[in-house]
Design a protein around this ligand. Sequence first.
Ligand SMILES: C[S@@+](CC[C@H](N)C(=O)[O-])C[C@H]1O[C@@H](n2cnc3c(N)ncnc32)[C@H](O)[C@@H]1O
Length: 276
Amino acid sequence: MSKPKTRYDYGRDFNARKYLEQYYKTDDDGKGLETNLSGFIFRKLNSLFEACPKGKGRLMDVGTGPSIAYLIPGSLKFHYIYSTDFTPGCRMELQMWCAGDSAAYDWIGYFKYAARLDQKEEEWEDYEERLRNSIIAILPCDLMCSDPLVPEKLTPVDVLTASFTFSVAADDYDDFENCLERMSEYLVVGGTLILTDWIDASYYMVDDEKFHVCKLTEEEYLKALKYAGYSEFEISKASDSNVSSNSALTDAQDVIIIKAVKKPPLPDGPEVPDSP
Ligand SMILES: C[S@@+](CC[C@H](N)C(=O)[O-])C[C@H]1O[C@@H](n2cnc3c(N)ncnc32)[C@H](O)[C@@H]1O
C-alpha cells in the first residue's frame, strides 16, 4: 500500500471541497450536528469560549483548512480572528466564503445550529455576518518553519485554536513538540490554547487519498503541552459523549479537546516541578 501523503503533497492532492463534503456535510437546519462528532466539537468550543470576555481579544486558528465551522463559536466572542493554513486550495475556499462568492461552500446548517444553541434561530444570518466581519486575515502558515507565519509579523494573540492540524503537520512526537513550541510564540503569556486532535490516529482520508497523521496518545499530548509551557488543563474526549470519528475516514481511536493556559517562562535556574 502506498505511504500516506505528507505536507509535500497537500498542494497537489488535498481536495479541499471533498474534505468539506466528507467531514462537514450537514442538513440545512444543522440537526445532524446534535449527534455527530463535528457538533460535539462545536458545542465544546462554544462552552469554552463562554468564559472569554466578549469583543476585546484576538484569536488565531492554526491550520483552519477550508472549514469555517470551528471559527463560528470563536466569532461570538472575538472581533479579530486570524485564520491560517499551509494549503493554497484551503485558503482559497476560505477567501471565497469571506467574499460571499456564490460558489463557496454552504455553511447554513452550522449557522442555524449556532443560533439555535442561543435560542435565536431566526437570527442565524447575523451569526454569518458576525463571522465574516471577524475574520481579518487568512494567512499562509507552515508549522515546519522556525517561524510558521513568516513573512507576516503578528503580535501574540489572546487565544490560539487548532483542530486536527498539529498531528497532521508533525512527522513524529519530537516534531509535534517543536510545532507546539513554535506556534506558542504567537500566544500571550496567560493566553489560552484550545487543541482539538485525534488520539492514536495514523491517517485520515480525503476522497481516495490517505494523509499522514502522527500517532499520539493523550499522555503524549499532555507531555508536549507541559514541555511547551502550558498548565491548567481541561480535557474532554468524544468517547465520553459517545461520539466517534467515522472509521471509513480515519483509524483514530478518539478525539481529544484540551484547553490549556500558557504559563510565564521560568526564571533561569533549576526547573521547579508543578505543585500537585
Ligand atoms: C485535517 S485538516 C484540518 C483542517 C481544519 N482545522 C479542520 O478542523 O477541519 C489538516 C490541515 O492541516 C494543514 N497543514 C498540513 N501541514 C501543515 C503545516 N506544515 N503547517 C500548517 N498547516 C498544515 C492542511 O493544509 C489542512 O488544512
